[in-house]
Design a protein around this ligand. Sequence first.
Ligand code: KG4
Ligand code: ZN
Length: 328
Amino acid sequence: MILSIESSCDDSAIAITEIETNKLLFHKKISQEIEHSVYGGVVPELAARLHAEALPKILEQVEEYFPMIKAVAVTSTPGLAVTLVEGVTMAKAVAVALDIPLIGVNHLIGHIYSLFIEKETIFPLTVLLVSGGHTQVMEVKSLTEIETIAKSMDDSFGESFDKVAKMMGLGYPGGPAIQNLAKNGDRLKHNFTVPLHQSPLIAFSYSGLKNAVRLAVLEEEKKDEPNFVDIAASFEHIAAKHLTMKLKKYFKTVKPNTFAIVGGASANLYLRSQIEELLKPHNAQLILSELKYCSDNAAMIGRVGVEMYKREMFSSLEELDVAPRSQL
Ligand code: KG4
Ligand code: ZN
């Protein structure tokens, strides 16, 4: 079995995955959304302190598996340095105590493998990763052959939802709150400009859209009874349209057979429906992770851990360090 640990942002999670079958034998996650909600975003030092409390509590629950654990896999990059350290320190302690190898997992590869929890892998695959930290298109041929095609130049898709929700006083995380508000709104009411629509670049940007929404929110706040429903709907529409327009451009040269959306924001139903429409003429298959594995979790880290264990991709205690920025 593989013991896996995730603490790259605001979720403390531990999983146990059986190597032979990919079966998930245990998974527990303690989220910190409520604690960060009052600040409208994740406060790194608070997050680190909460991980230090939560991770040992979860670890106690898996003690019965210790004799069967063959390696410990932990998210080591990318993420918040102070929170990654919590998981990596625990993983090193477990590796020493049980005298087993240590596996450093890239969180982004973890999100890709959230598609394959308790399943076999499907490759090649074009993946859109939309999370709080990343907006990225990747061509994935195997565990070790991953090419990034496009990235965000500034804010990420999920982060823009968090910031817009904060402007509207909806708390953190903003994605589900905006999705909920937007569903009854007029998506065409506010004609926000689609980011980079005139640029030939296949890249993403959310800072301009965020500022346009800020101005609309300020305007609305002048009214006696401000109502943000149409702003939320128009924002969600343009945020998704930006992704579909750039993907459409990309598909002119590269036709995907299998396309996946992963990451916390892949739970967004409007985005899912727009991507489904986009893929129809290409006859491409859309695959998604189960809703419970879209956001950060340790099951996806364990699934990568199984693959890395089979390839003996181990790190020594001295080698394994946290890297806040991803190499992908
Ligand atoms: O993958 P994740 O749990 O953490 C990171 O690796 O960043 O993603 C969290 C992000 C947050 O920004 C959250 O607002 C966003 O995913 N999110 C959504 C939705 N659910 C979560 N964004 C848009 N629509 C949603 N339904
Ligand atoms: Zn994530």
